[in-house]
Design a protein around this ligand. Structure first.
Ligand code: MN
Length: 477
């Protein structure tokens, strides 16, 4: 929510303490350091976080970088704020222990785990960390290039996916696009330009469609808001990688978003759209009945208009929209009182069922603190069940479903590469096509133009995308 909230006495007190503590320190930009905690404060306010989190956000760098102690914070601001600041400080320490980029990235999975465990007692620590990272990413240009790249990669690998996990769509998009512009500036510029051009070309047609739909919805007396939403650069990059760089397969570069008052109106609206335009086969998605793993809800449908334009619609209620944009942070806004109470009791049961992994994580962290054993492997599976990140020798990051094999990777790069595989090097060593890829692996595919695709490869593939591409290649033969 963007309404300006007045600072409470506690928040003013925190600002005073942080200002005094950071006195004399400067950022790389040359500005006084206090600019940074105040920016974090502003972001947390925009996300609608509770007072404790905002106070902790203001103080988040004091224990690590100034003379202020945790005891002092506890005395002045209470146990809850002290724990939040402690969590953020611990996260900072974990990061400092990671040496250079080379040793850091392949170990991300373990570090990430430690990172989660360190903060597992209160998810608000991660939200403060996301706000901290968002401001640092916004001001990356002040850093030397090497450091820029390291922070950008880490943002892309850890913080943007984390925002996604918490369904904080707006934060995810900003983090990912900022980071990507440093990780791969050329690609970023190219895609940004492509999006703008395509956008401009389609603008008139889209306005026409918007008008038609608006007239129909008005006639049917459905209350609605409609607006265009443009795909972010990084999501386009990832989607193109999935579709062999074929722009023809990207139907949602620009989508029309319709917000209606309730769930019944969502389905009604979709029905009306389908009476107006022809829905595309297999492109109706009901994330209301079956929400995404992060709790995202919406109806998606891609239709073909009378003028043969292809356009995606996303239909949702206001509450679903807020949740998609602000995710877990939104539930703090809706439930501030209730949630804070529950936090004091150490439970957050009223989280959407799709975010129950957070509760699991908290349980695991509590067990660890009590010295009990926890199956970390199982825990990590719950967190990132669906994804691993691997690298090309050039350092491009490719995300694949867990359990993917070298051929899945090869076909993801390009059908031509997949079809001519003769071998694979994993982390510089020759390996075989049955070896499951692991998070952080550097994968080099060896090809020969004399090689032809084999039907036996179907057993060495787990992703539907690679399977489809291999089948096409086999048919062509
Ligand atoms: Mn900071």
């Amino acid at each position: 929510m963007n309404e300006k909230r007045k600072d409470t006495a506690r928040i003013r007190q925190a600002v005073d303490l942080a200002t005094a503590a950071h006195e004399g320190q400067t950022r790389r930009t040359g500005e006084p350091y206090i600019i940074h905690p105040l920016a974090v404060k502003k972001i947390l306010e925009e996300w609608g976080m509770d007072e404790d989190t905002i106070v902790a956000g203001v103080l988040h760098d004091t224990v690590e970088d100034t003379d202020v102690t945790l005891e002092q914070i506890k005395e002045e601001f209470g146990e809850s704020v002290a724990q939040l600041v402690d969590g953020v400080t611990k996260l900072g320490k974990i990061r400092k222990n990671m040496k250079d980029l080379d040793t850091y990235l392949p170990e991300t999975k373990d570090n990430f785990l430690r990172l989660m465990i360190a903060t597992g007692n209160d998810i608000r620590v991660l939200i403060i960390k996301l706000a901290d990272r968002l401001h640092n990413a916004r001001t990356l240009s002040a850093l030397p290039p090497e450091k820029q790249k390291k922070i950008a990669l880490e943002t892309l690998e850890i913080f943007a996916p984390l925002a996604d996990r918490l369904n904080m769509g707006r934060a995810r998009v900003e983090l990912a696009d900022l980071a990507f512009s440093y990780v791969d500036p050329k690609r970023y510029a190219y895609l940004k330009d492509l999006i703008e051009k395509t956008n401009k070309q389609g603008e008139k047609a889209l306005k026409q469609i918007e008008k038609e739909v608006s007239e129909l919805l008005k006639k049917e007396k459905i209350e609605f808001e409609i607006s265009g939403r443009v795909k972010s650069v990084y999501s386009l990059h990832k989607k193109l990688a999935k579709h062999d760089q074929n722009m023809g397969e990207i139907y949602d570069l620009v989508a029309l978003r319709i917000i209606v008052p309730d769930i019944t109106s969502c389905y009604l609206t979709m029905g009306l759209l389908h009476s107006l335009y022809t829905p595309m086969n297999g492109r109706i998605k009901d994330y209301i009945a079956v929400p995404k793993q992060n709790g995202y809800q919406s109806l998606h449908t891609t239709v073909i208009t009378k003028n043969k334009k292809i356009v995606e619609f996303q239909i949702r209620t206001r509450e679903m929209h807020e949740y998609a944009e602000r995710g877990l942070a939104a539930s703090f806004y809706y439930n501030e009182q209730k949630l804070t109470e529950n936090y004091k009791e150490g439970k957050i049961q009223h989280l959407p069922t799709n975010l129950l992994w957070i509760t699991e994580l908290q349980d695991a962290a509590a067990k660890l603190r009590d010295g009990k054993k926890v199956d970390l492997k199982k825990l990590r599976l719950n967190l990132f069940a669906d994804k691993i990140f691997v690298y090309t020798p050039k350092g491009d990051i490719i995300d694949l479903p867990k359990g993917s094999l070298p051929l899945d990777f090869a076909f993801r790069l390009h059908s031509e590469i997949g079809s001519h595989v003769v071998g694979v090097k994993i982390n510089g060593k020759m390996s075989n096509l049955n070896r499951k890829l692991e998070h952080g692996d550097v994968v080099e595919i060896l090809t020969s133009k004399n090689q032809t695709p084999k039907s036996s490869w179907l057993d060495k593939i787990i992703t539907p995308h690679a399977r489809q591409k291999l089948k096409q290649a086999l048919t062509r033969q």
